[in-house]
Design a protein around this ligand. Sequence first.
Ligand code: DCP
Ligand code: MG
Length: 369
Amino acid sequence: MSAEPLQIKHRKIIHIDMDAFYASVEPRDNPEYRGKPIAVGGAPQGRGVVATASYEARKFGVRSAMPSKKAQQLCPEIIFVYPRFEIYRKVSEQVREIFQRYTDLIEPLSLDEAYLDVTEDKQNILSAIEIAKQIKQAIREELELTASAGVSINKFVAKIASDMSKPDGLKFIGPSLVESFIEQLPVEKFYGVGKVTAEKMKGLNLHTGADLKKLSEHEMALHFGKAGQFYYKIVRGIDERPVEPNRETKSIGAEDTFQHDLSSIEDMHAELDKIARTVYSRLQKYELKGRTITLKIKYSDFKQVTRSRSFSDALNDPDVIAATAKELLAAVTNSQGRKIRLLGITVSNFQQRESKDEERNVAGQLELF
Ligand code: DCP
Ligand code: MG
């Protein structure tokens, strides 16, 4: 008698991300922008930054979070368009309504991207690829916009697949291909691995998922902390994070474990400046502003401390975030002379952004740039 092969029931996860979101809504509503290089964001006079750019502008190297001035240097004919958050929010809701035709297990990550769990779908279509196709078609026909989709058995692979399929693509990574897909993946494509970590990995001769797989769980944790433990599982195709419909972003942060422990205050300040800019860029993407800054310090002996400061108003300036983190660092008296292996900054206590007044505030902030 032969044993039945073990049947593993895989989840069906779709990640959907709108293409050049703000910069696609604008030409849709204003035909004069179509086919042109545009940047949505602050004006190039002063300190304006690009929220996003059309694909025509991206050919010149224009990118999100770039100073608008630089965007203009790269692409002199670029058109700057002032953002209309209210419209983007409405489109985001319309996209959500399309998702809801298929499942209620929807986890939005920002206005333009979400995970969907369609292991069971409302219409009993059963095929996640077919559902992704229908969603893309509905977005095109009903909203005149394009989105890219990644379909796989977990969040990590679905997200990377949608990114790789851009623009207007659909990429499916089936269960039997998940591990080899991750093995061939360059480390910089790993979600959550920023430039600094990627460089550190390369310094350790770790260039792909397959290279990471050679490290033990302990080694991964040693080099990359908590993220290392996460990637240890990821490279084995294991990502059990559920799609969480009611997940609310409570904090946004960034941290870095250094290749060599830091001992000079100048180096620590330089790192905090970098981390603050990363945090600020993430806050912008999620349209969030918070009142509380938390600094995390891990010393070379792995002892860890956190210190927080709250303000009466929400912060919206990377320099203030960095300055606060530096003050918190200075206030940790027992840090004198101790080497630091990790620094992190988190912003929390987000300001509600429901009301129209808030929206005007955001627009007002942009105007100041
Ligand atoms: N955004 C922002 N600031 C950033 C990044 C993004 O304001 N630093 C805004 C503008 C984008 C939207 O969030 O249109 C969605 O972000 P994405 O990263 O998904 O970028 P796009 O949708 O613009 O382009 P892509 O086609 O690469 O997804
Ligand atoms: Mg997008």
